[in-house]
Ligand binder design. Structure first.
Ligand SMILES: [Zn+2]
Length: 72
């Protein structure tokens, strides 16, 4: 049975609910306050900013770490 992580929009609690697909489609209730105002959290997905790679610009092209081409 898959687990789903939710953030409750009513009480703000993070809840992990095990439910079948059909149970989930019927609607899940927050175990803390009982509302259906649950927003699924997709964990494991990391959004990497567009600035990724800019750090490498400080190294000269062709530099091999430990290769003696740069003072260390
Ligand atoms: Zn709640």
């Amino acid at each position: 049975m898959p687990e789903y992580d939710f953030r409750c929009g009513n009480c703000g609690e993070k809840v992990t609910i095990r439910a079948t697909i059909s149970e989930r489609e019927k609607g899940l209730n927050c175990p803390h306050c009982g509302t259906k105002d649950l927003h699924q959290i997709f964990s494991g997905i990391t959004f990497i900013g567009s600035s990724t790679g800019s750090d490498f610009s400080s190294f000269p092209p062709g530099c091999i770490p430990g290769g003696g081409c740069c003072p260390s």
